[in-house]
Design a binder for this molecule. Structure first.
Ligand code: PNS
Length: 253
């Protein structure tokens, strides 16, 4: 708080809200400066410019007070940071849909990619991170990070008060409920928030996308174009060969 700013009365009183304070401040400040202006104008007629200077200082002063009251009132509303954990191998349109929904209701959303996946993933961690970063570049309140160990510990590290998880069908519910309740046992202050993706993604999963791509099926509309391209590069033998050739150093001669 700068020397200009007064604490809002509601802070001093520690009760009530700050709304009534606006009127109080504006009335007191204007009453004081009005009186001063009257005195200046009366006692030195030629000091009208000084009086207007004083008035503009008064307005500036009142504005500063008003903004400090607003800021103090806003400060009471807690910023909600949420974590959206997952394997994202690969990220799908369903994940993107959930990120878009989450970014609308949380102040900050941390997409957290699990580092110690049990099985060998199709895409390594930097690849998944890069795909997710490209997919979420337009969301200003979303960032992508990686995490290891317990999800609740990472949530505490990023100061998340909520965990976002998607529920596509009743079949997801049992597993998600178990995980949410276990996380609640580990960290009672952390809330799990379930959101439903758009209907067209209700049957979509990373596992199915991997399987379809591995068997040569089309994953168009299931994943963003970038992911589709990466899947082709990873799984299409012809592209694989071309890429390998590109990487081979050419013989000079
Ligand atoms: O995309 P997924 O595979 O459904 O994500 C599962 C994930 C990463 C959310 C879950 O495996 C997880 O949180 N792992 C971190 C370790 C952990 O905290 N385990 C206890 C869960 S109750």
């Amino acid at each position: 708080m700068t020397s200009y700013e007064l604490p809002p009365l509601c802070y001093i009183r520690r009760r009530g809200n700050c709304r009534g304070d606006y009127l109080y401040y504006w009335t007191v400040v204007f009453a004081l400066f009005y009186l001063e202006r009257q005195v200046l104008t009366r006692h030195c007629g030629g000091c009208a410019s000084e009086a207007s200077r004083q008035t503009s200082i008064a307005i500036d002063f009142a504005r500063r007070i008003e903004s400090s009251v607003t800021r103090a009132a806003r400060g009471r509303l807690k910023k909600v940071i949420a974590m959206y954990p997952g394997s994202f191998d690969p990220p799908t349109n369903g994940h993107l849909d959930l990120i878009a929904r989450g970014s609308k209701i949380f102040d900050e959303l941390v997409v957290a990619v699990l580092r110690n996946a049990e099985k060998a993933p199709l895409f390594n961690l930097p690849e998944r991170l890069h795909m997710l970063e490209a997919m979420t570049a337009d969301f200003k309140n979303v960032r992508v990070e990686t995490f290891d160990g317990l999800m609740v510990d990472y949530a505490a590290k990023v100061k998340a008060s909520a965990v976002l998880r998607g529920i596509r069908a009743i079949s997801d519910y049992e597993y998600e409920l178990q995980m949410a309740l276990m996380n609640r046992k580990l960290q009672p202050d952390l809330e799990t928030v379930f959101m439903m993706p758009a209907e067209q993604y209700s049957y979509l999963s990373s596992r199915l996308v991997r399987e379809i791509a591995q068997l040569g099926g089309s994953v168009k509309d299931l994943v963003p174009e970038l992911v589709e391209q990466r899947l082709k590069e990873r799984l299409d033998p012809a592209i694989k060969l071309a890429n390998a050739r590109k990487l081979k150093p050419r013989k000079r001669g």
